[in-house]
Design a protein around this ligand. Structure first.
Ligand code: BES
Ligand code: MN
Ligand code: ZN
Length: 506
């Protein structure tokens, strides 16, 4: 979808969108349209439930005496309560109201509003970001969908004062949306199409943005001693891959040695392209959801796209541990003991607790090779996190209070919220094993915590945050800026973390 900005006056034809504040207070754009319709707008509002509240829209068909196809009013709520997140939601609501009208293009008119700190250009950029985020669709396999069910909208023109400023602000946000869409695509693809090798190919497409992409195969991982990751993969005919993506956005100074470059930030994702549970097989009901068990790796890839797309001045390494967890004659058995790259041994008591085994080697490798400033891992790791938090918050675990609070904060700012859980010796003990250094499951309670304790055994002293995104990677109900399906949760959060705290200022 094409989004453009202009400062021209409201057109006389087509579909126009204008805002209305709480208590039915017309914005200048809405007042202008009301004047042109000789008061029909106000009349229609008075005759409806539409009060200008923030989640309301009202669509008017071809007002008499005008050549408009539709006038769509969108509620903005109280001026002093409007902020960036709300404007993004407004954008999403506008998109939902106009996508299936049948028009190929729509004009959204944005005004300066008394009592609101953001000017029209800033508002326009946020609204446009929301429009774009909501416009995502994964319909490549729907060959017989009725034309009337497909969105007709191809372009949106946003009118505001200072369109150049709006265009510039939106430019960066649009790159973030590209990253979110990349993640959503990866998460939505079925496992017969997206498996370690094809995921790696998608990651390689980031090279054209300037990302350095390396792919390790089974033989290389064997050499490195990644027995934990390889054990998970051994029941699958699909070869596991470890994808290493580097974005070096900090300009190197003249004469500076490479080794003196800024330490990178590291993001590591669980990429289980399908999780049957292995020999500890899952019940068949709902098993199809396990196609998105690579969501953590998907976020890492999407984040790399966003950072490279907007040329962030930061050095970042993204690592995806890619496997398929299958039952097979060659599959890992409950009770098997594997040796991880760190040298620590693991008794695999449940082959369905596979994500932590993949992460163990991916994290050790990353820290060993890159000595990052910090590590954030993302994983659809436990069903228990859904029991605890439902689908609203991701679970956050950390060995570093400062990094934890920065991430909690970034999550609030972009409405990708996280909730911190405890870690501690008492929990750590629960994964001690009589046969090996540790086992891959705890006892009854605290399943998300014992999973995090397991991961912590592979991070050492590096500042680390683990995000359990099992509850937020897929949305069955949708939200204003998130259509149903893959959410891309994590891309905006981590991009914001970097933008606010780790980017070199120019
Ligand atoms: N991928 C699952 C966790 C999951 C469940 C993600 C539901 C998304 C939705 C993970 O590999 C898993 O199977 N975890 C087990 C761990 C248990 C065996 C200790 C679980 O949560 O049941
Ligand atoms: Mn599992
Ligand atoms: Zn899994």
């Amino acid at each position: 979808m094409k989004i453009t900005f202009a400062s021209t006056t409201i057109p006389r034809t087509g579909v126009v969108v204008a805002g209305v504040l709480a208590d039915r207070k017309l914005t200048p754009s809405a007042a202008e349209i009301d004047k042109r319709t000789r008061g029909q707008l106000k009349k229609a509002i008075a005759a409806s439930q539409f009060k200008g509240n923030k989640n309301q829209t009202l669509t008017l068909l071809t007002p008499a005496g005008t050549k408009f196809d539709r006038v769509v009013l969108v509620g903005l709520g109280k001026a002093k309560e409007i902020d960036d997140l709300q404007l993004q939601n407004t954008g999403g609501q506008i998109y939902a109201a106009v996508e299936k009208i049948g028009a190929p293009s729509v004009v959204v008119s944005v005004d300066d509003i008394d009592g609101l700190k953001m000017n029209a250009a800033e508002q326009a950029a946020e609204i446009a970001f929301g429009l774009r985020l909501r416009s995502y669709r994964f319909d490549k396999y729907r060959t017989k969908e009725k034309k009337s069910d497909k969105p007709t909208l191809k372009s949106i023109k946003v009118l505001c004062d200072g369109p150049t400023k709006a265009r510039q602000l939106f430019g960066k946000k649009n790159k973030i949306a590209d990253g979110v869409f990349f993640t959503r695509d990866l998460v939505s693809e079925p496992a017969n199409i997206l498996y370690p090798e094809t995921f790696a190919e998608h990651a390689k497409s980031l090279t054209k943005l300037g990302v350095k992409v390396e792919v390790l195969g089974e033989a290389q991982m064997k050499k490195l001693g990644m027995g934990a990751l390889l054990g998970v993969a051994q029941g699958s005919v699909r070869e596991p891959k470890l994808v290493i993506m580097q974005w070096n956005g900090v300009p190197s100074k003249k004469g500076q040695k490479k080794s003196a470059a800024a330490k990178p930030l590291a993001f590591i994702g669980k990429g289980v392209c399908f999780d049957t549970g292995g020999i500890s097989i899952k019940p068949s009901n709902g098993m199809e959801d396990m196609k998105w068990d690579m969501g953590g790796a998907g976020v890492v890839a999407g984040l790399m796209m966003a950072l490279a797309g907007r040329k962030a001045k930061v050095n970042v390494v993204g690592v995806a541990g890619l496997v398929e967890n299958m039952p097979d004659g060659n599959a890992q058995r409950p009770g098997d003991i594997v040796t991880s790259m760190s040298g620590q041994t693991v008794e695999v008591l449940n082959t369905d607790a596979e994500g932590r085994l993949v992460l163990a080697d991916a994290i050790h490798y990353t820290i060993d090779r890159f000595k990052p400033k910090f590590v954030v891992d993302l994983a659809t790791l436990t069903g228990a996190i859904i029991v605890a938090l439902g689908h609203e918050y991701a679970g956050l675990f950390a060995n570093d209070d400062k990094l934890a609070s920065l991430i909690l904060d970034s999550g609030r700012k972009v409405h990708e919220r996280c909730w911190r859980f405890p870690l501690g010796d008492e929990y750590d003990k629960l994964i001690n094993s009589d046969a090996a250094d540790m086992k891959n499951i705890g006892s009854r309670g605290g399943g998300s915590i014992t999973a995090a304790q397991f991961i912590q055994r592979f991070v050492g002293n590096t500042p680390w945050v683990h995000l359990d995104i099992a509850g937020v990677t897929w949305s069955s109900k949708g939200a204003p800026t998130v259509p149903k399906g893959g959410t891309g949760f994590g891309v905006r959060l981590l991009d914001r973390l970097i933008a606010d705290h780790y980017e070199q200022k120019t």
